[in-house]
Design a protein around this ligand. Structure first.
Ligand code: PMP
Ligand code: GLN
Length: 380
């Protein structure tokens, strides 16, 4: 049988590759982004209660209404902006499905989508499998600053969408208010849709405010926000997320969503809705992860790695150019095999594999794991 792959250049994701290598070599796994401590007992109990109380059949297509109300209240509380729970919020099987469905709902063959590299790995394949063309804008370590003249020069009559991600995976940088205003100016009076991947919205450090797209009114009316409860509530395996957008955009989204997944795990949705009644459940994340970031960075301050403290997400990038000039993928693999610590090389998220000699380490780990990891890093 002969067939033409729609994604001939796509292999297995770096997350799967590095986690498998970590298992094979019995290494500390700071590669794939997930916690190695349990999700909250209270939340687990609320999901069990939902199962025991009959939330076992299909959820409404757009999501359990209690959960959509809780999400809507959160936007009101944090940003003083509303998304209508019935018309403007849809619960999804993680942010990945939301991103894929948004792209499928709007991108036609030869449409252009601007993405900033290093880019989270699900954006480009989703664009390309739908026939679209990713237009990369390459950012560079250590500050990953955006040159807005360059962005402006990449916008064309074919530009259908711009994907942004702040706090940013993998670099741990965040967009400033000025960046958001630049994006607002650039897209004003256009038909460009913005996909704002805000899965790390609650993990922003040093008293900085998260610049959600909903705070900018002209951006809000053209944008989707995507979010992930897996990141917020330390249970990436549950794969529950959501997206928000103004009604006309959301109604197009749902046309695809209803045939893509129809609806997602009902008891988990109900349990999360009940858990979110207390805003501390998500407002405590900044402090929780800042302590972990600071513990990790203090412990490696005498190592040969160079770094700027992560501004958001639960990732820290470390520059190893003082240690070796090996390619980052080779170095990450060697560290896993010989030093028993796994990380993610950033070049895989860059255009043409640009290698800035930086590795990403996930600090959503127990303090004990972070202490062990730092001991290893100080020996390298
Ligand atoms: N976007 C970014 C930037 C991510 O880091 C991740 C991984 N959590 C996702 C989207 C996907 O989230 P989910 O696991 O909810 O599909
Ligand atoms: N978001 C996670 C990370 O950046 C990985 C998710 C996945 O494995 N697909 O590490």
């Amino acid at each position: 049988m002969v067939y033409n792959s729609k994604l001939p250049h796509v292999g297995t994701t770096i997350f799967t590759v590095m986690s498998a290598l970590a298992r094979e070599h019995n290494a500390l796994n700071l590669s794939q982004g997930y916690p190695n401590y349990p999700s909250s007992q209270k939340l687990n109990d609320l999901v069990s209660n939902a199962m025991n109380n009959g939330y076992n059949q299909y959820a409404p297509m757009a999501g359990n209404l209690d959960l959509r109300l809780a999400i809507s209240n959160k936007y009101e509380l944090l940003y003083n902006h509303t998304y209508h729970p019935e018309k403007e919020i849809t619960v999804t099987a993680g942010a990945t499905q939301a991103i894929y469905t948004i792209i499928s709902a709007f991108i036609r063959p030869s449409d252009e989508v601007i993405i900033f590299k290093p880019a989270y790995d699900c954006y480009q394949p989703a664009i390309e499998v739908n026939g679209g063309k990713a237009i990369p804008i390459q950012l560079s370590a250590p500050d990953y600053k955006i040159d807005w003249n360059e962005v402006s020069s990449k916008v064309s009559s074919e530009t259908k969408m711009i994907i942004i991600n702040s706090p940013h995976n993998p670099s741990g940088t965040i967009w400033s208010k000025e960046d958001m205003l630049q994006l607002q100016k650039l897209t004003h009076d256009t038909n460009i849709i913005v996909l704002s991947d805000e899965v790390y919205e609650h993990i922003v450090f040093d008293e900085t405010r998260h610049q959600s797209i909903c705070l900018f009114s002209s951006l809000k009316q053209r944008s989707f926000i995507t979010a992930s409860f897996g990141k917020t509530f330390h249970n990436t395996g549950w794969k529950i997320g959501y997206c928000c957008a103004p009604e006309p955009l959301m109604s197009e989204f749902r046309k695809v969503h209803q045939f893509n997944v129809f609806s997602v795990n009902h008891p988990a949705q109900k349990g999360i809705a009940d858990y979110m009644q207390d805003p501390k459940t998500y407002l405590s994340l900044n402090t929780f992860f800042q302590q972990k970031r600071d513990l990790f960075l203090n412990l490696i301050s005498e190592s040969r790695f160079k770094y700027r403290p992560s501004q958001g997400t639960y990732f820290q990038v470390l520059d190893y150019s003082n240690i070796t000039d090996e390619h980052d993928v080779d170095f990450a693999k060697r560290l896993t095999k010989d030093f028993k610590i796994a990380s993610i090389p950033l070049s895989v998220f860059n255009e043409d594999g640009k290698d800035d000699k930086v590795l990403r380490f996930c600090f959503a780990k127990t303090d004990e794991t972070l202490i062990k990891a730092a001991e290893i890093l100080c020996r390298i």
